[in-house]
Design a protein around this ligand. Structure first.
Ligand code: NAD
Length: 370
């Protein structure tokens, strides 16, 4: 082992590469597990990275695996239908997990225990128990772990959030947000075999709104302490047959200091409705911000002029993937880590539990120490 001073300061990920006899300037051997819609997108992102090499691909559906192998032909990866074969490979240093949500924690835990760095799609778990176990292993193994909360890598959003956190609208005291879809996910689409089963996908709040809830946590600077709410299936009753996920819901979260957050979701928001189907309005003691679309701050009282907090910046659609490799190869700080991934998942699980149990559920009841 040749751990020199420079490598020590570069961080544990780089030290791990050196310790395993890896040339730190070599391309990071990468495996992708789950090559469906999201996995294919991630694969294209990995192929763009100069410091990555795709050595293994895995999916249980042969057509998707073949398509992914063609996409990655320049790296000539081996294909597998059993994900455990991917993490057994010595030359796989980093693993992407883009399978249905209920499989994430088991796969991520096995990969971390095998010494791999992990990019795990959101939500990192669909139950508090899955999140708890993954957090414990991620902390114990000390490998690079990035959740697929890629909004954390959006520069324009990051700048607006930073200004709000620095006090541009005073103290943040309330957030009103929604994630409405203009249609239900295609019932016969590529994810139809798991998406409508609450035990596999977690439901709309956990599977989709986890992004929006992460943004709310980010801008408030905390996670909620309790939640209450109601959900139901009001439009797509038994459609598709056996459906167990809600098609709408309304949840109220309370944060430290009594900060309030109100969140709604549905899958029947007409495309032409004004103000868009998704927004995050952040209210402070001095004004409010429309965070998702305009990133504009509106001061309280009369006479104030609206100010744009952050303008569009040149950025790669694969910035989150690039940041993952920067951390693996140079020990760079991550835009999102296990704590952020776990907090986002648990916030959505908290809201889901409140809707299912039809009572106030506290963060403490989830039983996960972060
Ligand atoms: N970060 C984002 O913005 C974003 C966007 C879309 C999806 N996602 C997430 O990515 C994940 C996958 O979503 P998707 O839309 O790609 O779904 P998908 O159904 O298109 O793809 C999932 C793939 O996993 C494969 N799979 C299932 N079980 C497997 C197993 N045991 N071993 C190997 N492969 C297996 C399926 O065959 C399928 O090809 C979900 O967690 C979803 O929430 C994230």
């Amino acid at each position: 082992m040749n751990l020199n001073r420079r490598h020590f300061f570069l961080g544990t990920a780089v030290a791990a590469r050196v310790a395993s006899g890896q040339d730190v300037s070599s391309r990071v051997g990468t495996g992708v597990i789950g090559t469906g819609g999201r996995g294919s997108h991630l694969l294209r992102g990995v192929l763009e990275q100069p410091n990555a090499k795709v050595v293994a691909l895995c999916d249980i559906k042969p057509d998707r695996l073949d398509k992914a192998a063609s996409t990655a032909a320049k790296d000539n990866p081996t294909t597998y239908t059993d994900w455990r074969r991917v993490i057994e490979r010595k030359d796989v240093e980093a693993v992407y997990i883009a399978t249905p949500p209920h499989l994430h924690s088991e796969m991520a835990i096995a990969a971390l225990k095998a010494g791999k760095h992990v990019y795990c799609e959101k939500p990192i778990g669909v139950t508090a128990a899955q999140v708890r176990e993954l957090v414990a292993v991620a902390r114990a193994t000390n490998r690079v772990f990035v959740p697929g909360q890629q909004m954390r890598s959006y520069k324009q959003l990051g700048e607006a959030v930073r200004k709000i956190r620095e006090g541009v609208i005073g103290e943040v005291i309330m957030v009103k947000a929604q994630r409405h879809a203009t249609a239900d996910l295609a019932h016969d689409g590529s994810s139809g075999d798991w998406y409508f089963d609450v035990t596999k996908g977690g439901g709309y709040l956990i599977e989709q709104s986890v992004h929006n809830l992460d943004l709310c946590n980010w801008v408030i600077g905390a996670h909620p302490v309790r939640a209450c709410g109601f959900g139901g299936i009001l439009m797509y009753k038994n459609d598709p047959p056996g459906r167990t996920i809600f098609d709408c819901g309304s949840i109220t979260y309370e944060y430290p200091g009594g900060v309030k957050m109100s969140f709604t979701q549905n899958v029947f928001h007409p495309r032409g409705m004004p103000n868009g189907n998704q927004y995050v309005y952040v209210y402070g003691t001095k004004g409010a911000v429309d965070l998702i679309s305009a990133m504009t701050m509106y001061p309280l009282g009369s006479g104030g002029t609206p100010t744009v907090l952050a303008t569009k910046q040149e950025e790669s659609q694969h910035a989150h993937i690039a940041a993952f490799y920067e951390s693996v190869t140079k020990g760079a700080k991550l835009p999102a880590d296990i704590t952020i991934g776990a907090t986002a998942a648990l916030t959505s699980i908290l809201g889901h539990e409140a809707m299912v149990r039809e009572r106030v559920v506290t963060w403490k009841e989830l039983g996960v120490e972060l």
